[in-house]
Design a protein around this ligand. Structure first.
Ligand SMILES: [Fe+2]
Ligand SMILES: [Fe+2]
Length: 472
């Protein structure tokens, strides 16, 4: 029997109005991870949005019906989305009151564990290279009072951006364990570049989808929105690939002016005097701007980032500088850089402070900025989607005290490996989709506890995870 396909938009409408649907097939993402199992009852819009975000436009529903309205009445829907009521039948509750294990074969799980570890390894190598490259540049500036090998930095960043795009935001695979504390400035700048680039790419994708949706709903050209002249296969972009590389170079060099600030001052752990603070401030609008000029970098994007990454994002924001530009004139990429800088500083461990939990930092950023400016809302949403997730390869705590290894940030899909007292499970469990409605009613990720790296909880790991997640 051929099952009719239903557009995800129509299915979302049903679920939004309190209805439920049951999918007729297993739905996988492009990495082969199961997003929704066959015959799974869906009553959360988010589950369908995740499928949509993976580029899937339509799915069949279960052949025995599979569509219910908000009153539990079975419905039939034509391909045009018109809904017709079928005489009522009691709603089966199966699938809603139990955890929803995702049945993947043991081989699939091992393959996924290995894939995560391989990307993590490559990310670590690329980070080490980028950090070294920045260290060299800053040392050259200190020695020559201004000159550095611009081309070496450019080629390093263009490789990094290509990797970010090809590996689908590899920052999410990064574990904080790779950051040593000796070279904080270089590592912090590399992090800011990685975080801000991931947010920028995500913002760009969201912008593209919004315009595409607008076009398909209105079947009209949006006129000034986007840049229609560069339209590619129906997608509009806010930034184009060549813009991205340039902006990422800016993210990488945003604090380059710190090369001219005495290291003693940069590493000072105690409170700065007013005079010292004034010297530090100069790293952006004065020293940074001069280094660009001395190296003949007459690029507006780089100049804006270097000069304005501490500028206010809303009227009267405190401790910001310089104040020679109206907040509304600060380009979007500079705002992203500033948020990435704050986020990374707050979530990094320093000699004088602990790292703050990533989820609570995102919450604080939201509280501070979300209502201040319409565009910032979109940036913050892109932020949550790119860094505020549970990274594959990381360890989370569930609310019942179990520890679980994250297989995929979509869901997220997790593999519990201890019982609720922290004893390592001897049997290999099925992964659990934490995003599925059935699971959410019973068990959630404990966001009050920080995400760990496999290294931090190594002694609790079962042998099959230890085998791939070697401590480095
Ligand atoms: Fe700075
Ligand atoms: Fe910073």
């Amino acid at each position: 029997m051929i099952e009719a396909m239903f557009s995800i938009e129509n299915l979302i409408e049903i679920v939004k109005t309190g209805g439920r649907i049951k999918t007729g097939i297993d739905v996988y993402n492009k990495k082969g991870t199961l997003l929704l199992g066959k015959n799974e009852v869906v009553d959360r819009v988010r589950s369908l949005e995740i499928i949509q975000e993976n580029g899937i436009r339509s799915v069949p529903v279960a052949p025995d019906g599979g569509l219910w309205d908000g009153n539990g009445n079975q419905i039939r829907m034509g391909s045009d989305g018109v809904i017709e009521l079928i005489p009522p039948r009691p709603l089966k509750k199966s699938g809603l009151s139990v955890l929803v294990p995702v049945h993947e074969s043991s081989r699939d799980i091992e393959r996924r564990l290995q894939e995560i570890e391989m990307i993590k390894k490559e990310t670590v190598q690329r980070y080490a290279r980028a950090t070294q490259c920045l260290k060299n540049a800053l040392q050259q500036i200190r020695q020559t009072r201004g000159q550095f090998d611009v081309q070496a930095v450019e080629s390093c960043v263009s490789g990094l951006v290509k990797f970010f795009v090809d590996a689908d935001h590899p920052f999410q695979y990064m574990s904080r364990e790779i950051f040593s504390h000796d070279d904080y400035l270089y590592q912090h700048s590399t992090n800011v570049c990685a975080i801000a680039t991931a947010v920028l790419i995500r913002f760009n994708e969201n912008f593209s989808h919004t315009i595409d949706r607008f076009l398909s709903e209105n079947r009209a050209d949006p006129g000034g929105a986007g840049r229609p002249e560069k339209r590619k296969s129906g997608a509009f972009n806010y930034y184009y690939p060549e813009d991205l590389t340039e902006i990422s170079l800016g993210f990488f060099l945003y604090d380059i002016g710190k090369a001219m600030v005495p290291e003693k001052l940069l590493n000072k752990n105690s409170r700065l005097t007013e005079e010292e603070f004034q010297t530090i401030k100069r790293h952006s609008f004065e020293y940074g701007a001069k280094i660009l000029e001395d190296n003949k970098i007459n690029n507006r994007v780089l100049n804006n980032i270097v000069r304005y990454h501490h500028a206010p994002l809303f009227e009267n924001e405190e401790s910001c500088y310089p104040l020679d530009k109206a907040c509304s004139d600060i380009p979007l990429y500079v705002r992203i850089c500033k948020l990435a800088d704050i986020y990374d500083a707050m979530t990094s461990k320093r000699s004088y402070k602990d790292a703050l939990n990533q989820v609570s930092v995102i919450t604080q950023l939201f509280r501070k900025y979300v209502k201040k400016d319409a565009v910032l809302q979109f940036v913050l949403h892109a932020f949550v989607k790119s860094v505020g997730r549970h990274p594959p390869g990381s360890i989370v705590y569930l609310e019942n005290g179990q520890m679980a290894y994250v297989l995929d940030s979509i869901g997220p899909l997790v593999l519990p490996f201890t019982d609720n007292k922290g004893n390592t499970l001897s049997a290999k469990p099925d992964p659990i989709d934490m995003g599925s409605p059935g699971t959410q009613q019973l068990l959630k990720i404990d966001n009050g506890r920080s995400i760990k790296t496999p290294k931090e909880v190594y002694k609790f790991l079962p042998a099959y995870i230890k085998k791939v997640a070697m401590p480095t």
